[in-house]
Design a protein around this ligand. Structure first.
Ligand SMILES: *Cc1c(COP(=O)(O)O)cnc(C)c1O
Length: 358
């Protein structure tokens, strides 16, 4: 009755160990919906990686969270330091002292450094340098000013949030320019926390800057990098035969031809959304789809549900907890109530009812 994520536990854990081993200094990122796996599970798995430091070859001593509000899910399950990726602002929540000692703040404006240290003189922080992402961070001049004012004992290094790579080594020119700013700010030899660098890019940076420690923050590649370890399925809850012209659904839409309505688990509450309609919408393609009797021509949108590896169309937009699919008469098979359908979802926007570690 549910949208289920089934994890091949052994394969997934092997992948986690593999990514950890090939990313020295790895900082697992646990944020948002926990990449579909929940924050609590990611925190436990990060602790599991920390407990396997001997296999991994280095300590996994820090987890990165997205926001201060996520700390509560992570802190009880992972024993190390907690890097908060959202920059600290004067309106950020005040932390209780025991938690505050474990947190590494991200400071992205010089004035925030002063305000943070006024609130908590013992605070640990990284200074964020703006990248081509242009999300948060300081200019070269601001970084110099902040570094000059930063107490050495609290400063845990510099943070760079890089865009997704376009190709091998694509980040290196930008990282090298930014590292020049780090050196100019007198922060040579500190830790540089980075995102979205390939292992070979990290290797090249490590040999070019032997005094600097690079720490890759990794989420997607770590948790979701081995898609074959993760299977998403929905359950067929009902099957109704419909004739051409029969009305169904919230708006009394009519079936364009005979077939079956499938009611399946998973709806807007799970993050199941309308995908783009099949094919393109040019007149010519619509005309040829019409000639074929294609469901896209009848305005039926492709759904993320698959039957025999092929997408089934939505009969109407997804409901809160279930979706209605339309299966034309020509379909080779009609599933039965209780059967499972494979579903292609975006993990970062999906809330599963059940997560089974097989
Ligand atoms: C989300 C995030 C990451 C991790 O990104 P993935 O693509 O999931 O690996 C790293 N750094 C920052 C600042 C982020 O917000």
């Amino acid at each position: 009755m549910s949208l289920t994520l089934t994890v091949d536990g052994e394969r997934w854990r092997r992948h986690l160990l593999d990514v950890a081993t090939t990313h020295p200094g790895l900082v697992p990122v646990a944020k948002g919906n926990g990449y579909g796996l929940t924050l609590g599970r990611l925190a436990r798995k990060a602790q599991w990686l920390a407990d396997h430091a001997a296999d991994v070859g280095h300590a996994v001593d820090t987890v990165a969270v997205g926001t201060y509000h996520e700390l509560g899910e992570i802190a009880p399950r992972f024993g190390g330091d907690l890097l908060v990726l959202s920059p600290w602002r004067p309106f950020s929540p005040v932390l209780e002292p025991a938690l505050a000692r474990r947190v590494i703040h991200t400071v992205s404006r010089p004035e925030d450094l002063r305000a943070l240290l006024t609130r908590d003189p013992e605070a640990r922080f990284v200074l964020e340098r703006l990248t081509s992402m242009v999300r948060h961070g300081m200019t070269a001049a601001e970084l110099r000013a902040a570094a000059g004012a930063a107490p050495r004992r609290g400063c845990a290094g510099v943070a760079l949030h890089l865009p997704l790579a376009e190709g091998a080594g694509a980040h290196l020119p930008e990282v090298e320019r930014l590292l020049t700013d780090v050196v100019a700010a007198g922060l040579e030899g500190s830790t540089v926390w980075v995102s979205h660098l390939e292992p070979d890019e990290l290797d090249r940076l490590r040999s070019a800057y032997p005094g600097t420690t690079f720490r890759p923050r990794v989420g997607t590649r770590l948790w979701l990098g081995d898609r074959d370890a993760l299977r998403v399925s929905a359950t067929v809850l009902d099957v109704h035969r419909v004739g051409r012209g029969d009305a169904f659904g919230y708006r009394g839409r009519r079936a364009p031809r005979a077939g079956h309505l499938l009611v399946v688990s998973g709806g807007t509450a799970h993050g199941i959304g309308l995908a783009a309609p099949t094919g393109d919408l040019s007149l010519r393609s619509r005309a040829s789809a019409l000639a074929r009797g294609g469901l896209d021509a009848a305005g039926f949108a492709r759904s993320p549900y698959l039957l025999g590896g092929r997408p089934v169309t939505f009969a109407e937009p997804p409901h809160m907890q279930a979706s209605m699919l339309f299966l034309p008469e020509s379909a080779p098979e009609v599933p039965a109530v209780g059967d499972a359908l494979e579903v292609r979802v975006r993990f970062t926007t999906t809330a599963f009812d059940v997560i089974e570690i097989a």
